[in-house]
Every structure is written in structure tokens, then in C-alpha cells.
Design a protein around this ligand. Structure first.
Ligand SMILES: Nc1nc2c(c(=O)[nH]1)N[C@H]1C(S)=C(S)[C@@H](COP(=O)(O)OP(=O)(O)OC[C@H]3O[C@@H](n4cnc5c(=O)[nH]c(N)nc54)[C@H](O)[C@@H]3O)O[C@H]1N2
Ligand SMILES: Nc1nc2c(c(=O)[nH]1)N[C@H]1C(S)=C(S)[C@@H](COP(=O)(O)OP(=O)(O)OC[C@H]3O[C@@H](n4cnc5c(=O)[nH]c(N)nc54)[C@H](O)[C@@H]3O)O[C@H]1N2
Ligand SMILES: [Mo]
Length: 721
């Protein structure tokens, strides 16, 4: 981005035309960054709750309060009684990426929750089993594809998820412009569907059924062709056998897609020169999210499109090591206390967080940390969680806003704004449709601690070092540790080197930046601290202020596989083992109740950008969409207030009658429902909307990943009285 300033004031934000990846494309939220920075409601100083009100205090007072509150809980109930929830913005912040793992470790608790289990956990679990690592996620190589099948995603408005790229509208237009075919499967005619040659409406929650039937069609028709990877795949015969009964005729009932269409979709996919299947939120946040996530890659594999240009490919980040140890994927190393739900990637499902707070017993959560998360608006059965948070003995939030979640906190620690920290895409390079790297310096200097320092300070407090501990000392020790480990490893580019020399070569930047530099220099393109003279270091990246394009994605299998067998384990027993549940669930009609799905809107980001006027003003956005046939049947007309009722709650909002939505389905956007007592977001309060997660059921999860069902929720629809 190009950010123009006049002293302390942002005067203009534009895309960077010289950026080789974005070529100047920017989304509305990016251009509002200045407004976000200047938002008077954004917290600049820590808040502590005194006599039921939040008051500003100094950083020292705030940390002392954290130490007091946390140690009182751990002394009385042990470390297991402290929970932590980490939210989505952490993934966009390299400082949080670096600091969270040590923080969680120092808490010595298994009560670890994140937004992953209301999002991408099903894909991570599926990829964990099949490719050996939950962060080895293939992305659709849209730029070189001839046939793109999108399910349950609306990248024209969301800008792509687990598939990062600027300008999705341009990419999709280019694909169809060069004669490629775009097919979108979605119960709603989205802006993405509007660009497609074919929009297929599907009954919510049934993507796994559709994908199973498409794969079955290819097996049964002798149309499977794995190609180059054939010797590196395990489990295909088992998969074929397991899918035999999942015919298009069987799938027609559950999905509401004609068998003939399913056959044609499968055959077109197989016949295309280079094709790829890509699914997201609508596919993953369902009762069969993991199976659906797996089956998308089954289709990519059996059509010969896995790990080849135009198909599903694996990005490689600049800082990624060339050699990683293959250990395979395990889950369920422990279980949640109340419901016995298995652990995945070191955390337990956030859908059960309220259970862990409410239900007494050893290990009951008495204190909670939230870091960049707003679970009261973003996780299931919100009213219940909201009430549960009010019963905690102690709560700390690292967050720039006093909102639906943080209003329960005893201490709120606000990080600097995004313009007051440097930026490096530690997480999203590994999900990018092109290999690239970019370092953006901070625009302004922060006048409080960086988010890295805040999190390291919390780590020190949790480790018993006290609120007076110097975060730098702890962070330096962690960097020293990383250097020591690397010099001791045979496969490291700095094997056998003197740690002190390496440390010296990192110079005197802030320690979080030196950690990034260290990762880049020991990464697969790194300079190895002199071992590879033309290799990369952070300084070299900085010398390219517009970023560096390392080119299109490259094939990496089988060498990069991390499964224990070294093969693509496409027939993993855990995944095949869930097919009977799919069969049983859809053995008979599930009735004709209306089903609720979600939607995202281009000007908002989850629950937290609603306090910026330019992003919320205009026509009310938080409406329920209903098909005209349903509206007529229920007796509702445009603009009426409608009541939606699920197993767990009810909300009322204005109806928008539209042919875009499939009959039998209603769509409500998520992230809304602001203005609870004790919050201070004056703009969001005026455009409050309602919280759709009042309707989502914390008991409805995908058992393979613990992910919550956020789409395909049975609801009653009636006129509000
Ligand atoms: N019904 C339904 N529910 C959903 C979804 C859905 O589609 N439907 N989507 C799910 C998905 S995909 C996700 S990712 C989750 C998101 O769930 P969360 O991560 O819980 O929610 P966000 O709205 O992203 O909340 C971010 C919080 O971080 C704060 N924040 C913003 N920037 C920073 C920062 O730089 N540092 C810190 N410390 N805090 C910051 C904000 O003020 C806000 O309080 O919601 C999920 N919930
Ligand atoms: N503007 C904007 N951009 C965002 C965000 C945001 O809040 N606003 N959030 C970011 C985050 S955290 C994420 S994870 C991504 C998510 O990115 P996407 O997955 O692209 O986002 P959604 O708009 O939720 O798309 C889900 C689609 O699935 C459809 N759907 C619902 N149920 C089903 C089903 O059963 N089957 C099928 N096939 N379709 C179904 C819905 O109608 C909807 O169109 O977006 C990111 N980008
Ligand atoms: Mo997300």
C-alpha cells in the first residue's frame, strides 16, 4: 500500500501500483486503514475494571493487575483453570505469530481455544492426514487453470481464504476470458457465482455428499487418472471401494442437485486440461467439514490435478525451511474436560468453551485470556458464552476495542494500530497463489509497547517471572535458543557455526524482527548467514519496498510430503471411517425445515471493522435474505421484520426478498450485533445489527475436527410480532 501522511495524520491510502503481486489492487478495508488508525474509540491506553467500570491506567499498573489476577486464580485452582482464546487477526500479525506459542506454553494449560475451530480446522485435519502436516494446504492455481470449481466460497467479496491473492474478480475474469470454465456451488447467487458460467445451487451442509458422488462417478466410469504422482499415493483402492455406494442418484436427494448434473460436473472436471476444486467456509463449517475438505483433494488427485500447474498446489514461504522432519499427523493427544472432545493441533473446539467455563470440577476455567478475538460474536451459542464470561474470576484481553467480548475483561491491553507496526506475512505466504514476500515498515512509531512486547510480558507473568520482568530478556533467550537448535542440526544451513557469530550478524533491530530475519536467512532461499552469498536476508527484502515476486507456484511432491509413509495418504483410515456417518445421516430425508447459511460482505472483516463509518454506512447490511416463494408461503413482504428461531436461540431482523437465495434457505451475515452495555464503539453501536451466532448450536460439531457447524442450521422463520 502507499500511505501518505502529514505529520501524525494519514491523508491518503492507495494500492501500490509498483507492487508486483497486487499491481495496486486494494480492498475497501485496506483503504480505510487510516480511518481505523484515527478511530477515537480505538484504545490507546490499558483499561482496568474498577467498580464495574473500565478506567484508563498506566501500562505498569495494568501488568501488575494481570499478575495479581492470574496468580490468585492459579494459586487457588492450578494452571489448568486458565483458558486462552486466540482470534483471527493474530494470523495477520507476525508479532503475534511469534509470541503466542511461547505464551500458551508458559500458561501450562490445555484449555486452549482459537478461531480455527469456527473456520479452517476441517481442512487442516484433512491435510494433516493426507499430506502429513496440518499447514500443508494446497491452494487453487487459478492463474493457470482451465476449470475452477468453487464450493462454499465467495472470494469476490472475501478476497479468498486459504487461497490468498489480491484481485480475485480480475483473476476469475481472466480465467473465463481465456476460455476457462468457472462453476460455483452455493445456495446463494453470490458475486462470485455471478461471474461463473454455471451456478449450481446446493442444499446447505451437503457438499461432502456431492463431492463423494462426483468421485464415485469418476471411479465407476474408469475416468481416474492420477498421473505423475501415481507411485506416491497410498489408499486409492480402499477409497474406491469405500465410495462405491455413493452414487449420483443417491446424492440427488440430499443435495437437491440432479444426478445428471453431478455426473456432468464430474466428467467436465476430469476432461479439462488443468482443473481444480476449491472449497471454503460453506463447505468446511458444516457437520461433514473434514470429509468435504478431504474429498476436494480426492477430486484434485484423481483428476491428475494435485501439485501441478493449474491444479491444487503448495505455496512455499520465503522463511520456510527446505528440510522439515516428517512425523505424520496425530490428534487427540488429550481431550476436553467436559465433553471429552479430542485435541486438534494443540487446541480443543471453541464450541465447548462455555462448557469448560460453566461446569464445575477440577480444571474448570476460572480465568481467561483473549488475544485478538471476539468469541461473543463469532462462536456458537453466543448468549450462553456471554453469560459464562460474566462468571469468570478474572479475564484479560489483548485487544484495541472495548467490545462484546472485552467488556467482560478485568484488564484490556490495547496493541498499537496496524500502522504502528512493521508487517511481514508470516502465515499467509504459505496460502498464497504466488510465491512472494514483502516487508512493510511501520508508518508511525507506537507510544506504548508493541504487541510482541505485550505478549512476551504476559508470557513472563504466566511463567512466574513477575510483572516487572523485562520482556526483551525473555525474547532474547528465545532467539538464542532457536540459534542453538539450528547450529546443532545436521540439515541446517548453519550447522556447526558459532551461535555468537550468528547472533552478531543479526544486528540490533528489535528482537521480533531479528527472529524473522533469522527465519529468512535459514530458509530455503536464505543466505545461510554467508553460506549462500546471493541468498536472502531481511535487509535484502527491505531493499525491495514494493515486495518481491518469486514467481508462480512450483510442484513439490513427493519430496515435500510429511506423512510417515512419505506418500499421499489419500485413503487415511480416519477419513474413510467417517463415510458411514455421511451415509447414515442422509439415509432418509432430513425434513423440510428452513436452513440458515452465512454470508460475508466486502466492506466488513469478521466482527471488528464495524466502527469505521465508511465501512458500514449506507443501506442496512444486516438483513435476512429469503426467496420469494418462501416469503409468500410464510406471509412476509419486503422490509418486514422476521423472527428466526433455532434450537438454541432467536433473533429478529429485517427481511430482504431475493431470487438470489435458494428456496428453503435463509442467509444472514455474520459479525454483527454490537452495542452491548459497557462497550464503547460509537459507530458500530449505530449500525448494530444482530448476532447470528445466537442461533448456532454449540453442540453441533464436525467430530473429525471439532469445528462448529455454522452453515446449514435448521431454523423456523416467521413474521416478528
Ligand atoms: N456464524 C458464523 N460465525 C463465524 C463465521 C461465519 O462464517 N459464520 N466465521 C468464522 C471465522 S472464519 C472466523 S476467522 C472467526 C473470527 O473470530 P474472531 O477471531 O473471534 O473474531 P474477529 O472479529 O476476527 O475478532 C477480532 C478481535 O480482534 C481485535 N483485533 C483487531 N486487530 C487486532 C490486532 O492487531 N491485535 C489484537 N490484539 N486484536 C486485534 C478486534 O477488536 C476483535 O475484538 O469467526 C468465525 N465465526
Ligand atoms: N469482506 C470480508 N472478507 C473476509 C472476511 C470478512 O468478514 N469480510 N473474513 C475473512 C475470513 S476470516 C475468512 S475465513 C474468509 C472466508 O471466505 P469465504 O469462505 O469465501 O467466505 P463466505 O462469504 O463466508 O463464503 C461462504 C459461502 O458459502 C455459502 N454456503 C453456505 N453453506 C453452504 C453449503 O453448505 N455448501 C456450499 N457449497 N456453500 C455454502 C454461502 O452462501 C457463502 O456464499 O473471508 C475472509 N475475508
Ligand atoms: Mo476465518
Amino acid at each position: 500500500m502507499r500511505i501518505e501522511v502529514d505529520g501524525d495524520t494519514v491523508t491518503r491510502v492507495r494500492g501500490d501500483l509498483d507492487d508486483p503481486i497486487s499491481k495496486g489492487f486494494i480492498c475497501p478495508k485496506g483503504s480505510a486503514l487510516g480511518k481505523l488508525h484515527h478511530d477515537p474509540d480505538r484504545l490507546r491506553r490499558p483499561l482496568v475494571r474498577r467498580d464495574g467500570r473500565h478506567v484508563e491506567v498506566s501500562w505498569d499498573e495494568a501488568f501488575a493487575e494481570v499478575e495479581r489476577g492470574l496468580s490468585s486464580v492459579t494459586t487457588a485452582h492450578g494452571p489448568e483453570s486458565v483458558g486462552i482464546y486466540v482470534g483471527n487477526p493474530n494470523a495477520h500479525n507476525f508479532q503475534a505469530n511469534l509470541a503466542l506459542r511461547p505464551l500458551i506454553k508458559s500458561l501450562r494449560t490445555r484449555q486452549v481455544f482459537s478461531a480455527s475451530t469456527v473456520d479452517q480446522m476441517p481442512k487442516q485435519v484433512a491435510c494433516g492426514y493426507v499430506f502429513g502436516h496440518p499447514f500443508m494446504i494446497p491452494v487453487p492455481d487459478v492463474d493457470r487453470s482451465d476449470h475452477l470449481l468453487i464450493l462454499g466460497a465467495n472470494p469476490v467479496e472475501s478476497n479468498g481464504s486459504l487461497a490468498s491473492a489480491p484481485d480475485w474478480p480480475g483473476k476469475l475474469a481472466a480465467l473465463t476470458g481465456r476460455g476457462g470454465r468457472l462453476v460455483v456451488v452455493d445456495p446463494r447467487r453470490t458475486k462470485t457465482a455471478a461471474l461463473a458460467q454455471e451456478h449450481v445451487r446446493i442444499r446447505p451442509g451437503t457438499d461432502a455428499v456431492l463431492l463423494a458422488a462426483m468421485a464415485q462417478e469418476l471411479f465407476a466410469g474408469g475416468l481416474v487418472s492420477v498421473g505423475r504422482l501415481a507411485p506416491d499415493v497410498e489408499g486409492l483402492p480402499e477409497l474406491e471401494a469405500a465410495l462405491a455406494a455413493y452414487t449420483p442418484e443417491w446424492a440427488e436427494g440430499p443435495t437437491a442437485i440432479p444426478a445428471e448434473t453431478i455426473r456432468r460436473m464430474a466428467r467436465e472436471l476430469a476432461a479439462a486440461e488443468r482443473a481444480v476444486v476449491y472449497g471454503r467456509i460453506g463447505t468446511h463449517t458444516t457437520e461433514f467439514g473434514t470429509v468435504a475438505a478431504w474429498l476436494t483433494d480426492v477430486l484434485n488427485l484423481i483428476t491428475g490435478n494435485l501439485d501441478r500447474p493449474g491444479g491444487a498446489m503448495f505455496p512455499v514461504a520465503l522463511h520456510q525451511r527446505a528440510h522439515r522432519k516428517a512425523t505424520g499427523f496425530t490428534s487427540g493427544r488429550w481431550s476436553s474436560r467436559v465433553k471429552g472432545l479430542p485435541e486438534f493441533i494443540g487446541e480443543i473446539p471453541v464450541a465447548t468453551m462455555a462448557d469448560e467455563i460453566e461446569i464445575p470440577g477440577t480444571g474448570q476455567i476460572k480465568a481467561l485470556l483473549t488475544v485478538a478475538g471476539n468469541p461473543v460474536l463469532t462462536t456458537p451459542d453466543s448468549n450462553r458464552l456471554d453469560a459464562a464470561l460474566a462468571t469468570l474470576e478474572f479475564m484479560v484481553s489483548v485487544d484495541p476495542y472495548l467490545n462484546a467480548t472485552t467488556r467482560h475483561a478485568d484488564v484490556i491491553l490495547p496493541p498499537p494500530s496496524p500502522l504502528e507496526r512493521p508487517h511481514y506475512d508470516l502465515a499467509f505466504q504459505t496460502l498464497s497463489l504466488r510465491n512472494y514476500a514483502d516487508w512493510s515498515p511501520a508508518v508511525f512509531q507506537a507510544d506504548g509497547p508493541s504487541e510482541f512486547e505485550i505478549l512476551v510480558k504476559l508470557t513472563a507473568i504466566a511463567a512466574g517471572l513477575g510483572a516487572g520482568a523485562d520482556p526483551d530478556t525473555l525474547a532474547e533467550a528465545s532467539l538464542d535458543q532457536q540459534i542453538a537448535t539450528a547450529v546443532g542440526r545436521d540439515d541446517s544451513p548453519i550447522a556447526g557455526r558459532d551461535p555468537a557469530d550468528i547472533k552478531k550478524m543479526l544486528g540490533d533491530r528489535p528482537v521480533d524482527e531479528r527472529i524473522v530475519d533469522f527465519m529468512i536467512r535459514t530458509g530455503h532461499r536464505g543466505d545461510g548467514f554467508g553460506a549462500v552469498p546471493e541468498g536472502m536476508a531481511l535487509a535484502g527484502l527491505e531493499a525491495h519496498p514494493h515486495g518481491i515476486d518469486f514467481g508462480p507456484l512450483e510442484s513439490g511432491l513427493p519430496g515435500s510430503l510429511m506423512t510417515a509413509s512419505g506418500k499421499v495418504e489419500i485413503g487415511a483410515a480416519e477419513l474413510i471411517g467417517d463415510l458411514p456417518r455421511l451415509k447414515a445421516t442422509f439415509a432418509s430425508s432430513r425434513g423440510d425445515r428452513m436452513l440458515l447459511v452465512g454470508r460475508r460482505q466486502v466492506r466488513t472483516a469478521n466482527s471488528w471493522t464495524h466502527n469505521v463509518e465508511v465501512l458500514v454506512k449506507g443501506k442496512p447490511a444486516c438483513t435476512v435474505q429469503l426467496h420469494p416463494d418462501d416469503a409468500a408461503r410464510i406471509g412476509i413482504t419486503e422490509g418486514d421484520d422476521v423472527r428466526l428461531r433455532s434450537e438454541v436461540g432467536a433473533i429478529e431482523l429485517t427481511v430482504e426478498i431475493t431470487e438470489d437465495i435458494m428456496p428453503g434457505v435463509v442467509s444472514v451475515p455474520y459479525g454483527w450485533g454490537h452495542g452491548a452495555p459497557g462497550t464503547s464503539q460509537s459507530v458500530a453501536e449505530r449500525y448494530a445489527g444482530v448476532n447470528v451466532n445466537v442461533l448456532t448450536d454449540s453442540g453441533a460439531i464436525d467430530p473429525l475436527s471439532g469445528n462448529a457447524r455454522l452453515n446449514g442450521i435448521p431454523v423456523e422463520v416467521e413474521a416478528a410480532r
